[in-house]
Write a protein that binds this ligand. Structure first.
Ligand SMILES: [Cu+2]
Length: 374
């Protein structure tokens, strides 16, 4: 009986694949919703030694605005707790780390030149975000799933989103205004791209919301280079709201363009041509630090949304898209490196399982991971 249901579910999913081109994002999300729900209802997936991912144990990630205020408060309390939980990083690796949130920043710092503008970008951040969600649950008693920031939700502007309204149910608002100028900067990686770095409307410490007194202890590393990375340098969370990029890239049209790509290589290119940076670039401050951006809790909302889009894209054609990889293992392939494959080992240091084979994380419901998006 179970296998008949599974088969009919698969046929349904296959039948849909022929009609997914040129659909609206809402249409694609509906396909995702139905197909992923069917898969988990019929899910035989398990990884050796792990329970199968079922409707009972799956984490269901929702947009921040669809959480109740109590749920938002629970999430914020858990995030604050991460900044009070002792670090796991050994002193020999990250001497400046003082809490578990610093571990995530240190891990990202350590991998930056391999996990951006490369074939590892999308899968690496998937497991990184999953591990953060797991830490909130394992160390801080959080009972929910990771919320995401759907930038296409209509508010007066991206920074008017309830995530940033400065209330106790938000991540806080802009940084205090400090005079500063835009700059052209060379990114210090081997391929040395030159980027225009805008000046936003803040630049200083955040002044409202639950994270006003939070201290991050590593970096900054870019564009301000106060440390080489992992030394102890306690500082507030800074933001510098700037909306030009987000108005261009964080739109439904932009998301639909991303979704219309037929290969993961093109998907990655479109993501890197604006959408990925626009989320960082709307918030700026800590979020614009290519190495240290996980220090701001916004990071996980933005990457949750990117991961959601990848999941929705994968689900339109599971046979072709689940295991697809592209590009190589280094930033712009400088220095030259092997092509990325699903058998690559992704490195997280003290975070999560530490070393993870990509094939285990390409399916969010494969048993090693167990979550879906609502
Ligand atoms: Cu990153």
């Amino acid at each position: 009986m179970r296998s008949i249901t599974l088969l009919s579910g698969l046929f349904l999913a296959l039948a849909r694949q022929g009609i997914c081109q040129n659909q609206t994002f809402d249409g694609l999300a509906k396909v995702y919703h139905e197909s992923s729900l069917l898969r988990v209802q019929n899910n035989p997936y398990r990884r050796d030694g792990q329970p199968a991912c079922t409707e009972e144990n799956i984490r269901v990630r929702r947009s921040w605005v669809n959480l109740t205020f109590d749920e938002r408060a629970e999430y914020i309390a858990a995030v604050k707790c991460l900044y009070e939980t002792p670090p796991l990083s050994p002193e020999s690796f990250a001497p400046g780390a003082r809490h578990h949130a610093d571990d995530f920043t240190a891990c990202h710092y350590n991998q930056t030149e391999y996990i951006h503008f490369s074939g590892w970008l999308i899968p690496w951040h998937r497991y990184f975000v999953w591990s953060y969600e797991s830490s909130l649950r394992d160390f801080c008693g959080y009972t929910g799933a990771l919320p995401y920031w759907d930038w296409t939700e209509q508010y007066e502007s991206h920074t008017q989103h309830p995530l940033f309204d400065g209330s106790e149910y938000s991540l806080g608002g802009n940084g205090e205004y400090v005079p500063h100028e835009p700059q052209n900067l060379t990114i210090p990686v081997p391929s040395k791209p030159l980027v225009f770095f805008p000046a936003g409307s803040g630049g200083g410490c955040i002044t409202d919301g639950p994270f006003v007194n939070v201290t991050s202890n590593l970096g900054p590393h870019f564009p301000v280079q106060e440390t080489t990375g992992l030394e102890y340098n306690p500082h507030c969370l800074k933001r510098d709201f700037f909306e030009t990029l987000s108005q261009q890239f964080l739109t439904t049209a932009s998301v639909e363009n991303l979704m219309s790509q037929n290969s993961i290589g093109d998907f990655r290119q479109v993501l890197d041509a604006g959408i990925h940076f626009a989320g960082h670039g709307t918030v700026l401050g800590g979020m614009s630090d290519l190495w240290m951006s996980p220090e701001d809790p916004v990071f996980f909302f933005h990457h949750g949304q990117i991961d959601r889009l990848w999941s929705i894209w994968q689900e339109q054609d599971l046979a072709a898209r689940m295991n697809q990889t592209s590009d190589t293992q280094t930033w712009d392939n400088v220095p030259a490196s092997p092509n990325a494959t699903v058998f690559d080992i992704l490195d997280y240091g003290v975070i999560g399982d530490g070393r993870v084979e990509m094939v285990d994380i390409v399916d969010t419901m494969g048993g090693f991971l167990c979550y879906r998006y609502e």
